[in-house]
Design a protein around this ligand. Structure first.
Ligand code: MHF
Ligand code: KIV
Length: 289
């Protein structure tokens, strides 16, 4: 059972099969995604925010993504696992991007990398693809540029910006990208891009007309509760459930309901009696001594 490939995603788009993608940052989360049949898993640099509690994705390093990608690949041997190239690991030079993406592919077993940006990085995208590294693009709100974009806001809200987005998407496709994430993009623009490209678009806050949809695992299942992006939907409230269960555990420990006999191992009655006798002697000696 070989893993899902980028060409498989293209075939899904051709057949009109929508692509559900989730982020995952560790082995058990990856296992759950795989068991659910999620075909695409992203080791996103959002791990800086939802796993570590940082204010942005910028502090995540290549070594961090490698560390998490290995866990995710182990938990999801069949999905197409894509890993984010972190902030500044592909912008200094094409050579630096090749070296970094090459190390990521070589040390983790992921099936591709994701880069944020449009026409300004298409040379890099083309060179990565030529080197055998499948590349997913990422347009619209690109969190690694949060400081220049002025925070998480919808992009492409005037005609120039809309035309630029469509041009960037086409340029990424021409450079050999196998898919493109559209984040915080108005529905009509995402729909036009999805129609005009042969490669699949994966939306997040980009309306219902993309070829697929990606969501952050911790948002979808109510694990991350610092803020709730408008583009997400809570399918579960896991943080609430776990907090309640932890409170119950604390009370059980306090009131001696945990651990019980099932979580413990006792001696055979005969040995137990002999031990009691021995302890009775040594403990009375200790008291007398
Ligand atoms: N947990 C998480 N989910 C994401 O989807 C995500 C991240 N983090 N970090 C990187 C970017 C940032 N993104 C965001 C962040 C916030 C909104 C958003 O809708 N914010 C609300 C305000 C939320 C609040 O402060 O309560 C808004 O209405 O603008 C959207 C996209 C998308 N990405
Ligand atoms: C929000 C998704 C698309 C992402 O880029 C990430 O998780 O880092």
């Amino acid at each position: 059972m070989h893993p899902i490939t980028p060409s498989r995603l293209a075939a899904m788009k051709d057949k009109g099969e929508r692509i559900a993608a989730l982020t995952a940052y560790d082995y058990t989360a990856a296992q759950m995604c795989e068991a659910a049949g999620i075909p695409v898993i992203l080791v996103g640099d959002t791990l800086g925010m939802v796993v570590r509690g940082e204010a942005s994705t910028l502090a995540v390093t290549l070594d961090d993504v490698i560390y998490h990608s290995r866990m995710v690949r182990r938990g999801a041997p069949h999905a197409l696992v894509i890993a984010d190239l972190p902030f500044m690991t592909y912008r200094i030079s094409v050579e630096d991007a090749l070296r970094n993406a090459g190390r990521l592919m070589q040390t983790t077993g992921v099936g591709g990398v994701k880069l944020e940006g449009g026409s300004e990085i298409t040379e890099t995208v083309a060179r990565l693809v030529q080197a055998g590294i499948p590349v997913c693009g990422h347009l619209g709100y690109t969190p690694q540029s949060t400081h220049t974009l002025g925070g998480a806001r919808v992009q492409g809200r005037n005609l120039d910006a809309a035309v630029q987005l469509i041009g960037d998407a086409k340029a990424l496709e021409a450079a050999g990208a196998f898919a493109v994430v559209l984040e915080l993009v108005p529905t009509e623009i995402a729909a036009a891009i999805s129609r005009q490209l042969d490669i699949p678009t994966i939306g997040i806050g980009a309306g219902p007309d993309c070829d697929g949809e990606i969501q952050v695992f911790h948002d979808l299942f109510g694990l991350f509760t610092d803020f709730q992006p408008r583009h997400t939907r809570r399918y579960l409230n896991v943080a609430e459930d776990i907090t309640g269960a932890a409170r119950q555990f604390k009370a059980d420990v306090a009131d001696r309901r945990f651990p019980g006999d099932e979580q413990s191992s006792a001696l055979k009655p005969e040995l137990s009696a002999r031990l009691s006798e021995y302890l009775g002697q040594t403990e009375s000696l200790a008291v007398e001594g």
